[in-house]
Design a protein around this ligand. Sequence first.
Ligand SMILES: [Zn+2]
Length: 382
Amino acid sequence: MPRNTEVIALPTMTPGTGRNLTVHRFGRQGARPKVYIHAALHADELPATMVVHHLMPMLETAEAEGRIKGEIIVVPVANPIGLNQNLGSYFSGRFDLSTRENYNRNFPADWNVVADAVRDRLTHDAEANVSLIRDAAYAYVAEQKPASELDALRWKLLELSVDADYVLDLHCAATALVYLMIYKDCLDIGGCELSADIGSRASFLIDWYPDKRTFMTTTASLWSRVREAVPELPVPQGLMSCVVEYRGRLDVSDALGRPDAENLLRFLMRRGVVEGRFDPPPQALCAPVPVSHMVLVTAPAGGVVVYNKMLGEPIKAGDVVCEIINPLDPDTARARTPVHAPVDGIVFDTRNDHLARPGSVVYRMCSDQPQDRRVDQAPQDD
Ligand SMILES: [Zn+2]
């Protein structure tokens, strides 16, 4: 079956203007497992678009050879609104300039509606419950009639993904290693394998943050919400949802994109979505840990940041990871404020603009030990 491409027009916000969402479908619609992959929801995070760019021809080949057993939906550019935001020569793809909202926040679904819709129809048959919840969630999402372009985009992304078995939301950080954020209930339904397959250097189990409502936590938390509403009946986690952070913003290349795509394809083979020979799981580069292992270190002063430690280098508490330089102070020693590591672990993400303001995050660590103060805090501060 040839690849099926759909171009979906988003509502126009101003007469004579408009944007489209392009959706590629591989395999047979309705086949299982269903996988949903999109890139660049934060539109200025382009490394993931290179992964998808290399993955799609691999899927085309697999489809031509009849090896796609499930259904795979690929949205190479999940945010055409953000991709179009250019101020002067600055590309601004993280926040919507009209609403000032982070594009990966405020996904609007209220899963209590779905819980109420299925409450009286769930049984002791867990598999049947999964199908029922998927159908009800899809029906609820598909019937929405949002007026604005941004709301329509968010609902459409949910409509494409809500009934999937796997959702991969591909992002990148500032200057970073490959790392992974997996919804907390998804470790045993592919999360561990994905972490190893993509070569993640830090993998975090993420809770549901109702005040953030990211795409990943919104899609995954459908199952938690229904389970909480009907605790007496079996409601398994029907969807593995995760965010893959493909290094830093400048890591856009064929040399990285192609092997990253091969790694994803191997994961899809391992999970029975694509048929083919695949290697055993590679040696995991890290063990997934609760998000309480993620430590955000903030700047004690404003200035220019220089880093003394490499990403991924083993760090001991007290090590000077970076210094913040006051460029106005002629005394070289006095101008530098060291920023010490608060814990043992590795640094997996640093700033790429090298400019700190007091209180802004200058680096993030994966700690060897859980940190009490991060319990119930979202992994990012914006
Ligand atoms: Zn992002």
